[in-house]
Ligand binder design. Sequence first.
Ligand code: OGA
Ligand code: NI
Length: 366
Amino acid sequence: MATMATATSSYNRMKEVKEFDESKIGVKGLSDSGITSIPRFFIQPPETLYDLKSSSTLTNIPIIDLADVSSSALRPKIVEQVKDAARTWGFFQVINHGVPVSVLEETINAIKAFHDQPHEVKAKFYKREEGQGVMYASNNDLYRAKAAAWHDSLQAWMGVRKAKVEDIPEICRKEVVAWDKSATEVAETVMELLSEGLGLEAGKFKELTFSDQRAFVGHCYPYCPQPELTVGITPHSDPGVVTVLSQNHVPGLQVKHGEEWVDVKPVPGGLIVNVGDFLQIISNGEYQSVQHRVLANSCKEARISIVIFYNLNKWKGDGYYGPLPELLSPEKPAIYRNFTMQEFHDNFYSKAIDNKSLIQKLEIQN
Ligand code: OGA
Ligand code: NI
């Protein structure tokens, strides 16, 4: 008995995490090795696991048709739909956005091909240098999170902090560049609609350089032998302004709506857009950044998602960010205080991905 107690207490979590990281094998490698039980450091805390079982009666998030955005007669209705979805769901899918289905499919296939490569090939790209260049790793927050999640990611900075294009693995380089361009066009259209929804000029967010610091991420969620013990991505909100995402047909993404977790089902050719913490703050709480997660994949086929995260670069120039002054009045005072980019970064990089911790910190208590 005494030996068992010692064995249990001597479990050295950090050592195992480090060995996994240094092996550069990723969860894809673990999955492909045929393991039937997951390493202990992937087991999520009871509160996360308990919540996995909940199911929803709602069948999907709002779907918004952008076909008529250029029609001055029909645009106001689309503005209303986008505004409504951003206020009540924080998540929606757009269709008829102008990005050819071939761009989506080719990028998803190229990212799948990257993750499907043999260990020796991928290991050359494996590194942890957040906030710049190109990085391939399992769990960006591996050393900060309480428990690891069942995904690997390839990340590349675009926009003004752009990685050297030749550093993007050749197997997906052309596709990532094309997807970044297409997703950014859609993001610009959606940000115009969101800006109009706040009563501002369409170009306001572009003027505030919402897309200047953006990051591409190509996630792979391989088959997980014990999906009831872990997650694909832990519940979190996205820190930036807005996120544009496309996924293959393997399910797993869920959004919190009220007390329910709602499945985000792929619609053919649809793109998923969600509000980030930064947009909730600068819209003075008008638009909601919403918690979401990915379940650990129980299908034999890998789930793939291609994502672009949009972050502001410049602003009014005084170094402080906060609710847009145009939206404030004596009836609608600021509900968040101003903050610096340093504070934003310190908050993000000091802990695991989490749910709206920056927003909570900035709330003005009345
Ligand atoms: C994220 C995220 C969801 C997905 O990377 O922030 O929520 O489907 N991803 O990959
Ligand atoms: Ni997210």
